[in-house]
Ligand binder design. Structure first.
Ligand code: FES
Length: 587
């Protein structure tokens, strides 16, 4: 089938005409000709595809354009993505202005509060959906429209594997609410008020008012939780436009970001700017620096590892420690600090953070703009009036990064703690274990009046990891027993193989690998054992002699797999441990 049959009926810029002519030259397999449905006759496949495209009202000249897929992850079960219809219209405007043809298509969506048992169990499913739909449908580039926690890493994992020009765009954070003159943000303040409610400080009526006001608009959680962190890291990786991470969901700036994203993806096709050219080892090092400087979510360690491993780049936990030791915490946003994402946006957002870190970054890393990090930062200023929100290098919040990875006999393959959100006096601590075998056990006994626990105890949760959870739920923010809460205890050392919401705070050790459900040392801990946490030395140790541990190991009975069929079985059979990013072993 010759391209000449389908001539453009409108006048476009010469540049676009040349570009389209290049794309659509005879024998080319771009645009509508890409990835033909297999009927055994390629020319018939093009003809029949065009006929069905025309059923949607497309004209010949439109079908000659490069096609930009826009992944719509809006859903009635995802409050964070409620502004997507607006954003999609803005992306389309940008694509059309550059001579592209926008085509919106769905993938699964993962709304954090609406998905059981946990969104993490479905991150890999969303990554597979994203990858396969990019591959299977005729598009030359793709806009990844995500936001809520697992959606951004899932989309990046899928897009990396598909390796078509791709650009990330996020929903943007919610704006803050108000309770009795105090700003409210989901979900750091959710937890604080819930803790006060459990302690009897708030009554039913007061917690109900808080519930009404916690989520003041659509958008992602407006603290430095996983969604904000992953947006910031997408920007730092160069796979999102500079300034794209922080504009709130309801602001005009968010819509302008969407329009610019639409324009940019068309230029990325021209430059053949694929994820594999942007997401280099240097780009990941830049992202880890930014992760430390923003006091980002512990979940980012898992997600960055998974994205990097899709590219054959190995990010060991020791790597994170090296960058944490060398990178100051600069961003004063909850849960590590005091402010909210809309303040970070007003302060200049991630470009200002990167400007402060510029001498530590790889300035030659390429970005979706077709320019380097150094080029992008050339005109970035750090406004003096916002230097409480983004601190200068001379006045950091902490001299080192917000996260630390721990090793020891309790976590031979590593564990993670958010030290910036921990209590300083607990960072070096010894205490006796109070062990819960599962989430059900925790729920049933944590508030028992006779629980043998003091504020020096170390609360241990087993079987809440990638397989044991299942799905490594965000259950690592283990509740403080009610009787201690009521006597004024606000933090304790808590450890598990689970994850924790990036919005949470406390002295909490997470992601212990190997997990209890596969026989990790965590499974051997018993009530009364002494545990030593030493964050300055990156250590976590179970102070029980080796012969006792060997005896316990030989008697250990692992829990039964929780799924016998379907996606659950695929997940259990193939998910890897936290230190490997929890990706499937065949991806
Ligand atoms: Fe979607 Fe927090 S629930 S970002």
């Amino acid at each position: 089938m010759s391209a000449g049959k389908y001539k453009s009926h409108v006048s476009l810029t010469q540049l676009n005409l040349n570009f389209q002519a290049e794309l659509m030259k005879s024998g080319d397999s771009t645009g509508i000709k890409r990835g033909l449905t297999n009927y055994g006759d390629p020319e018939f496949s093009v003809y029949i595809r065009r006929a069905f495209a025309k059923a949607m009202g497309y004209a010949d000249h439109e079908l000659e354009r490069p096609i930009i897929g826009i992944i719509d992850t809006s859903s009635g079960f995802n409050s964070c993505h409620h502004n997507f219809p607006d954003l999609i219209e803005a992306v389309k405007r940008g694509v059309l202005s550059q001579g592209g043809l926008p085509m919106v298509f769905p993938t699964i969506s993962l709304g954090e509060m609406f998905t059981a048992p946990t969104t993490m169990m479905f991150r890999n499913l969303m990554a597979m959906d994203t990858e396969e739909m990019i591959r299977a449908q005729p598009m030359d580039g793709v806009v990844l429209l995500g936001g809520c926690d697992k959606t951004v890493p899932a989309q990046l994992m899928g897009a990396v594997s598909a390796d078509l020009p791709a650009i990330s765009l996020v929903a943007g954070p919610m704006v803050t609410g108000d309770y009795q003159g105090e700003r409210l943000g989901a979900c750091t303040d959710c937890r604080r008020f819930w803790r006060d409610y459990r302690a009897g400080v708030l009554d039913d009526g007061e917690i109900s008012v808080v519930e009404d006001r916690l989520c003041a608009s659509t958008g992602t959680c407006m603290v430095m939780g996983t969604a904000s962190t992953m947006a910031a890291l997408a920007e730092a990786l160069g796979i999102m436009l500079p300034g794209g991470a922080t504009p709130p969901a309801v602001m005009a700036d968010r819509r302008r970001q969407a329009e610019a994203t639409g324009r940019t993806i068309v230029s990325m096709i021209r430059k053949d700017l694929r994820p594999s050219r942007i997401l280099t080892p240097n780009a990941f090092e830049n992202a880890i620096r930014v992760l430390m400087a923003i006091g980002g979510s512990t979940n980012a360690v898992i997600h960055l590892t998974a994205i990097a491993r899709r590219l054959g780049i190995s990010l060991g936990l020791k790597h994170f420690n090296k960058f944490s030791d060398e990178t100051p915490l600069l961003v004063n946003v909850k849960p590590s600090g005091e402010y909210y994402m809309e303040d970070l946006w007003k302060a200049g957002g991630i470009p200002v953070v990167m400007k402060e870190l510029e001498d530590l970054l790889h300035g030659d890393a390429m970005t979706v703009s077709g320019t380097t990090v150094t080029d992008n930062l050339a005109n970035t200023q750090h406004p003096p009036e916002w230097q409480e929100v983004i601190r200068t290098r001379e006045r950091p919040l902490l001299e080192n990064g917000g996260l630390a990875c721990l090793f020891g006999n309790l976590a031979p393959d590593g564990a993670v703690i958010k030290r910036s959100a921990a209590s300083p006096h607990l960072l070096e601590h010894r205490g006796r274990a109070v062990v819960f075998k599962s989430l059900d056990d925790l729920h049933n006994r944590i508030d028992a009046p006779n629980l043998p626990v003091t504020e020096e105890s170390v609360i241990v949760l087993q079987n809440a990891g990638p397989i044991g959870g299942p799905g490594m739920p965000e259950a690592g923010y283990l509740p403080i027993p009610k009787k201690l809460l009521q006597s004024g205890v606000k933090d304790m050392v808590r450890i598990s193989d689970a994850r924790m919401s990036g919005t949470a705070f406390g002295t909490i050790v997470l992601h212990i690998a190997p997990e209890a459900a596969v026989g990790g040392t965590l499974a051997l801990v018993q009530d009364g054992d002494m545990i030593e946490l030493d964050v300055p030395r990156n250590r976590i140790e179970l102070l029980v002699d080796e012969s006792t541990l060997a005896r316990r190991r030989s008697n250990l009975v692992l829990p039964e797999p929780q799924f016998q069929r379907g996606y659950g079985k695929l997940y259990i059979d193939h998910v890897q441990q936290a230190d490997l990013g929890c990706d499937f072993d065949f991806l």
